[in-house]
Write a protein that binds this ligand. Structure first.
Ligand SMILES: Cc1cc2nc3c(=O)[nH]c(=O)nc-3n(C[C@H](O)[C@H](O)[C@H](O)COP(=O)(O)OP(=O)(O)OC[C@H]3O[C@@H](n4cnc5c(N)ncnc54)[C@H](O)[C@@H]3O)c2cc1C
Ligand SMILES: *[C@@H]1O[C@H](CO)[C@@H](O)[C@H](O)[C@H]1NC(C)=O
Ligand SMILES: *[C@@H]1O[C@H](CO)[C@@H](O)[C@H](O)[C@H]1NC(C)=O
Ligand SMILES: *[C@@H]1O[C@H](CO)[C@@H](O)[C@H](O)[C@H]1NC(C)=O
Ligand SMILES: *[C@@H]1O[C@H](CO)[C@@H](O)[C@H](O)[C@H]1NC(C)=O
Ligand SMILES: *[C@@H]1O[C@H](CO)[C@@H](O)[C@H](O)[C@H]1NC(C)=O
Ligand SMILES: *[C@@H]1O[C@H](CO)[C@@H](O)[C@H](O)[C@H]1NC(C)=O
Ligand SMILES: *[C@@H]1O[C@H](CO)[C@@H](O)[C@H](O)[C@H]1NC(C)=O
Ligand SMILES: *[C@@H]1O[C@H](CO)[C@@H](O)[C@H](O)[C@H]1NC(C)=O
Length: 635
């Protein structure tokens, strides 16, 4: 849930307040790049983002190691634009915080280019995201074991790491206002969630007026409230936890690993430095079919100068799903033909680098509400109210400015399609996938995806309630926006470099809506949402529909609407997939890049197949698991 709210959030800008001094300020000692380059690192990590900083802080727990992190952005310590929940989205598009990439024109989106936000700061995209904190269902993680070819990359193997990253707020009741679910405390089960990790997660303490009628309406359609989605069964309407530290009323993100965990004597974080390429050389005289390459360090740029830092043990790439493949290719690991054309020495021919890109795409419906139905819009059209909330926030970090939307629905097709419709959905799936080569990664993915659709055990669609409009609201008006998107698309995109220059952004081609299955998934879900407007009690608070325009009725019209207006939820992954090399994998089950002795990828790029969740908590879990693997604990 990102871009669609860009406009909303920019409109929130007038609400920026300076935060009262937080109890403990955490700063980063200014480091000279030349000084950094002299350190004899054991491990060098590229990217101090969600995964990179998590991994760095865990590795630094061993005082014998010297850990280096090269991060292009800066540390926005005590910055309300990042910290204050009400400011989610404000930093999007701002080059101080966001790489602000763009896709190439998308055929499936009537030629539009998609804005691709990516956090450029210490903490990476965990500092830019919309705070939703959830995880996918058990079968989705179990599928990873198929790709990894080891049993520990499954639900059971990941669960300890989900827990290790988090401090779940105690004694909060998970309940939508006025709708008891019967198991409100189920979500605080110590077997499922953590109570000692660096990232705080918590429920909202206030909810906007439309939440209750919306949830009741979905409940009446047979879509039940799920009070314990952390147990591996995610279907239903969920009041999601948020990555918010309730005591401070602020975003909790990867910098907490640095601030709360690390002692900083052996963890060296260089900000404002861009990694250009990894230095690779052929090691020894191995008589293997392909000689392995070894990473010796990283070339980086800072203050318009170029430096080289050395890593004795390993280089770890944590630059995220867009820049990890970019840096691999710049370093000579990737499709031989592509690299040759750019005059880059090809160290390892790994054509799947940058392929297998998968993302979540959402279309949105917007309603104007009856007078006096209160939503977050009131912060934008009632200055008195906004000032009251600001005072409240500054006093004790509560109120509207500490809350964000948290109502998510995760729906298997079976919750709204009948058996005939499921059959045509499977037929559509088959007609898109029929020609996939048998020995490909996609072929294995398709078999898994198809079984999930057939069995109905894994949600296929997400429905998100935003209690605000997409544009600045007129006086005395309020809105809701309901987003719907497919969780397991068939689109496979790519990210590749187009020049040797590290400063040039890569070519990002997500291939959004280029197949009928993905289009129909959104269309069918959109039609369910459009039914809601006529159902009580939601219909009681709706005045009129503004988006899509009420005169759009036919499937063809709605499909054009979807193509013209869909937005990414910013969950790209899979561009350095963990899978067997012969299937098109880039890393093995230890996250080592094929053909290398000591280069790993630890970030969202390794996820082989998309999951029905917002992915940050999964990325933290991957990094926690990687830390154990690298330390030699676990497998
Ligand atoms: C706008 C937005 C909203 C989102 N909303 C949610 C949400 O509500 N809930 C949820 O669970 N997930 C959400 N996500 C997704 C989630 O935040 C990301 O998937 C996750 O944080 C990615 O982690 P990562 O470690 O793979 O990459 P990142 O956290 O992006 O880290 C990559 C880091 O590498 C750095 N870097 C890149 N290239 C270089 C280089 N050459 N040299 C040096 N440094 C470099 C970057 O600056 C960045 O700090 C959202 C994402 C975005 C962008
Ligand atoms: C947030 O997490 C830290 C542990 O990292 C903990 O000390 C603190 O109490 C948590 N805050 C809340 C509000 O739970
Ligand atoms: C999770 O809880 C639900 C409801 O209690 C139950 O039906 C389901 O089997 C549980 N799932 C797992 C994976 O434990
Ligand atoms: C490698 O790149 C070339 C040139 O861009 C392209 O034609 C080819 O299909 C790619 N190979 C693979 C396996 O993706
Ligand atoms: C604006 O907010 C103030 C303070 O909460 C309230 O008294 C007033 O009624 C609101 N005005 C409108 C038009 O809603
Ligand atoms: C926060 O302050 C408001 C008054 O602005 C008060 O009503 C509320 O009870 C306080 N909440 C907490 C948790 O202290
Ligand atoms: C399934 O739904 C479609 C569309 O609403 C309807 O035309 C069809 O009769 C239904 N089929 C069954 C078996 O219920
Ligand atoms: C908004 O509502 C308030 C109170 O109901 C009323 O006084 C005011 O005129 C309204 N403003 C507009 C622009 O309709
Ligand atoms: C979609 O955009 C095209 C232009 O690309 C326009 O012709 C068409 O009317 C739009 N349709 C809808 C439903 O928005």
């Amino acid at each position: 849930m990102a871009d669609i709210f860009l406009i909303v959030c920019l409109a929130f800008s007038f609400l920026l307040f300076t935060l009262p001094t937080v109890s403990k300020t955490c700063t980063i000692s200014k480091m000279d790049p030349a000084q950094f380059a002299k350190i004899d690192f054991s491990y060098l990590i590229i990217g101090g983002g969600t995964a990179g900083l998590t991994l760095a802080a865990r590795l630094a727990e061993d005082p014998a190691l010297q850990i280096g992190v090269i991060e292009a952005g800066s540390f926005h310590s005590n910055d309300p634009i990042i910290d204050e929940p009400a400011n989610i989205g404000v930093a999007i598009g701002n080059p101080m915080y966001d790489w602000a990439f763009k896709s190439v024109p998308q055929v499936g989106l009537n030629g539009l280019e998609m804005g691709i936000p990516r956090g450029k700061m210490l903490g990476g995209s965990s500092g830019l995201n919309f705070l939703a904190w959830n995880r996918a269902s058990k079968p989705e993680y179990d599928a990873w074991a198929t790709f990894a070819c080891t049993p520990d990359w499954d639900w059971k193997g990941l669960l300890p790491y989900f827990k290790r990253s988090t401090t779940t707020m105690r004694d909060q009741i998970n309940v939508f206002p006025g709708i008891p679910a019967g198991s409100e405390k189920a979500g605080s089960d110590h077997r499922l969630v953590g109570f000692g990790g660096p990232i705080n997660s918590s429920y909202n303490e206030i909810y906007m007026d439309p939440v209750s009628p919306y949830v009741q309406t979905l409940n009446r359609l047979g879509i039940k409230t799920n009070a314990n989605p952390d147990n591996g069964t995610t279907a239903g309407i969920v009041n999601t936890r948020l990555a918010i530290d309730r005591r401070e009323g602020v975003r909790s993100y990867a910098t907490q690993y640095y601030c709360r965990l690390a002692k900083h004597t052996n963890l060296h974080v260089l900000t404002g430095a861009r990694a250009n390429r990894i230095s690779l050389s052929h090691s020894g005289l191995l008589a293997t079919a392909e000689r392995m390459v070894t990473a010796s360090g990283v070339e980086f740029s800072a203050n318009s100068r170029t430096y080289f830092a050395h890593a004795a043990r390993e280089v770890i790439l944590s630059a995220g799903s867009i820049q990890t493949p970019q840096i691999l290719e710049l370093s000579g690991i990737g499709n031989a033909t592509l690299l040759k054309a750019l005059n880059i020495h090809n160290h390892v021919d790994l054509p799947q680098v940058g392929e297998n890109h998968q993302d979540h795409l959402f279309a949105g419906v917007q309603y104007e509400l009856k007078p006096r139905v209160r939503t977050f819009d009131i912060l934008r059209n009632n200055v008195t109210f906004a000032a009251e909330q600001a005072a409240k926030y500054n006093q004790n970090r509560t109120g509207f400015l500490a809350a964000v939307d948290s109502t998510l629905g995760f729906l298997p097709f079976q919750l709204y399609l009948n058996s005939t419709q499921i059959k045509s959905t499977l037929d559509r799936f088959d007609s898109v996938t029929r020609h996939t080569p048998k020995d490909s990664l996609e072929h294995v993915q398709h078999a898994i995806q198809r079984s999930w659709i057939r069995d109905g055990n894994v949600p296929q669609v997400e429905v998100i309630l935003f209690t605000s409009g997409q544009f600045a609201p007129a006086p005395n008006t309020s809105y809701i926006t309901i987003l719907t998107g497919g969780l397991h698309p068939l689109a496979r995109g790519s990210v590749h470099i187009k020049t040797k220059l590290p400063s040039e952004p890569p070519v990002i081609d997500p291939q959004y809506l280029t197949n009928n299955f993905d289009v129909s998934t959104i269309l069918d879900a959109l039609k369910v949402v459009l039914q809601l407007e006529r159902l009580k009690p939601l219909s009681d608070i709706i005045q009129s529909r503004n988006i899509p325009a009420p005169q759009l009725h036919t499937d063809a019209e709605l499909i054009q609407f979807i193509r013209n207006s869909s937005q990414t939820s910013s969950h790209p992954l899979g561009t350095a997939a963990m899978a067997p090399r012969e299937l098109g994998g880039v890393v093995d089950s230890t996250l080592k890049v094929y053909g290398t002795t000591n280069l790993r990828v630890v970030d969202a790029s390794i996820i082989p197949l998309h999951i029905g969740a917002h992915i940050q908590s999964t990325v933290y879990a991957i990094a926690e698991k990687a830390a154990d693997m690298i330390k030699g604990i676990g497998c």
